[in-house]
Design a binder for this molecule. Structure first.
Ligand SMILES: Nc1nc2c(c(=O)[nH]1)N[C@H]1C(S)=C(S)[C@@H](COP(=O)(O)O)O[C@H]1N2
Ligand SMILES: [Mo]
Length: 251
């Protein structure tokens, strides 16, 4: 797709009602992560030296797809809001993009599907020791942030989810290197079908260079922030705060 048609497709974001003005321990499979546990900045810098952060995650072929892409963590968010939205086939769903942006967005599902799409067959690695290969389809996150007018002050992107664990909604965050990585997409399809509820319907993020818990399911809102200090307990994600997982979970 050339720049012009990309801009046109993104232009559709501006129309109509759209613009308004929101696991357990680290497994032995991650020795590096584990060794530097507690020295987050160091892990991050070491990883940066070992692999360029903009390198692509390996992509696979149709023949490699796992027969079943298992679900992990929440398989059905318990909130009444979510149930109502699911019952209406997510017709009332809006992906909110806010925080440090010039133009907050509320994007309906059909608009997300009308944007330029990326499809990728990748391997998902969960720290609990399982992997699965799936095909994910959705728009890249970067152009959406750009369209929203991401502020110069923004350093991180936070994903707020519909599901909660004992009253705390699941959340995750990434830096702008991952936010603008071409394989970071807002997936609404798994294996060419709308995302099953167990895998995060209607929208889940794919951050292919990081471990499974970073791939927030049931995304309700995306918030651009300058610091993670005021998000949850400050470590940038539900499991980071509660389970002491590493914020940077590069693979
Ligand atoms: N909102 C939300 N996102 C989540 C989770 C969750 O429980 N809630 N679990 C995480 C973990 S630990 C993994 S491994 C993957 C599992 O994705 P799947 O259910 O599609 O296999 O989602 C991640 N994202
Ligand atoms: Mo996981």
């Amino acid at each position: 797709m050339n720049d012009l048609s990309r801009r046109r497709a993104l232009g559709t974001l501006g129309g109509g009602a759209l613009l308004l003005g929101g696991c357990d321990r680290l497994a032995a499979t991650q020795p590096l992560q584990h060794a530097f546990h507690g020295a987050e900045g160091l892990t991050y810098r070491v990883q940066r030296l070992l692999t360029p952060r903009d390198a692509m995650a390996p992509e696979f072929h149709g023949a490699d797809l796992s027969p079943v892409f298992r679900s992990n963590g929440t398989a059905m968010p318990a909130s009444a809001d979510y149930a109502a939205s699911l019952a209406s086939d997510f017709r009332d769903y809006r992906l909110h993009v806010g925080g440090l942006v010039a133009r907050p967005l509320a994007i309906p599902l059909d608009r997300l599907k009308a944007l330029p799409q990326r499809a990728q067959i990748t391997r998902h690695d969960c720290v609990e020791g399982w992997s699965a290969i799936g095909k994910w389809t959705g728009p890249a996150l970067g152009p959406i942030l750009r369209f929203a007018g991401l502020s110069q002050a923004a350093r991180y992107v936070v994903f707020h989810c519909f599901d909660d664990f004992g009253g705390t909604a699941y959340y995750e965050s990434i830096d702008l290197v991952d936010a603008f990585h071409p394989q970071t997409i807002l997936a609404w399809a798994l294996n060419d079908r709308p995302l099953p509820v167990a895998n995060g319907a209607p929208v889940r993020v794919r951050i292919e260079r990081q471990l499974g818990y970073k791939h927030a399911k049931y995304v309700r809102a995306i918030e651009a922030v300058a610091s993670l200090d005021r998000i949850g307990r400050g470590k940038g994600g539900y499991w980071e705060d509660v389970g002491d997982y590493a914020w940077y979970a590069g693979i």
